[in-house]
Design a protein around this ligand. Structure first.
Ligand code: DX5
Ligand code: ZN
Length: 219
């Protein structure tokens, strides 16, 4: 079965001092821009506060897929939808009210995403499936770019694909995606791929996005 493939480059490893230029390198070949928001509480790293993130969201020529790695996500997530993100993903481990927050994101008009850290099991979240537009299975511990792809997450990706069934829910993987690993993740059932260092450390980021898409489309 061939499914629609989406490549969502992460700017975590891009040059923040000339971000628009970095985004313009991949805009015409990418589906969404993956924006990693880290608060130094939920993860041991900090990227942007809301003001800096909103500026990026407003100025980006690509629509934004926000990945919120923040502790007080129930308060913060709707503000990212209001700022104009196309998709807002919350972590199951951070939210205190999954349904209410996912519904709030949707009500504002963004897609609702639910992310799971490597030790969190998909089976514990099946009851929330009707509020979810995208599952994000982390293939590294969240916090940093450039980590090694956790191949042992592929069973969780396959199980999530089976749980999704015929629902129009996207299945995203994030962490260590490269030309070496993307086919493995696509074979397990992923259709939406975050790639940070593979894209922005490449000599030709746009060609890298095209190669990743071609490899994922083979599965
Ligand atoms: C890690 C972030 C990722 C990161 C991926 O916590 O969620 O989106 O940017 O970077 P790579 O592709 O280098 O693993
Ligand atoms: Zn991410």
């Amino acid at each position: 079965m061939s499914r629609e493939i989406r490549i969502t480059p992460s700017i975590l490893n891009a040059d923040f001092s000339r971000l628009q230029e970095e985004i313009s390198k991949i805009a015409s070949v990418s589906d969404l821009l993956h924006l990693d928001v880290m608060d130094n509480v939920f993860v041991p790293n900090f990227t942007f506060d809301f003001d800096s993130a909103s500026k990026i969201i407003k100025e980006s020529i690509l629509e934004v897929d926000a990945h919120l790695m923040v502790a007080d996500v129930d308060q913060i997530a709707p503000t990212y939808a209001e700022a104009g993100c196309a998709s807002v993903t919350i972590h199951a481990e951070a939210t205190k009210d999954i349904s209410a927050t996912l519904r709030a994101i949707r009500k504002i008009g963004a897609r609702s995403g639910l992310a799971l850290k490597p030790t969190t099991q998909i089976e514990d979240y099946v009851d929330f499936i009707d509020d979810v537009d995208m599952f994000l299975i982390m293939t590294v511990e969240p916090g940093f770019g450039g980590q090694k792809f956790m191949v042992d997450m592929m069973s969780k990706v396959s199980r999530t694909r089976a749980i999704i069934g015929s629902r129009p829910i996207w299945l995203q993987v994030d962490g260590g995606i490269s030309t070496e690993t993307i086919e493995i993740a696509a074979d397990a059932g992923a259709d939406t791929f975050v790639a940070g260092s593979a894209v922005f450390n490449a000599s030709d980021p746009s060609a890298m996005v095209a190669s990743l898409r071609e490899l994922a489309s083979k599965s």
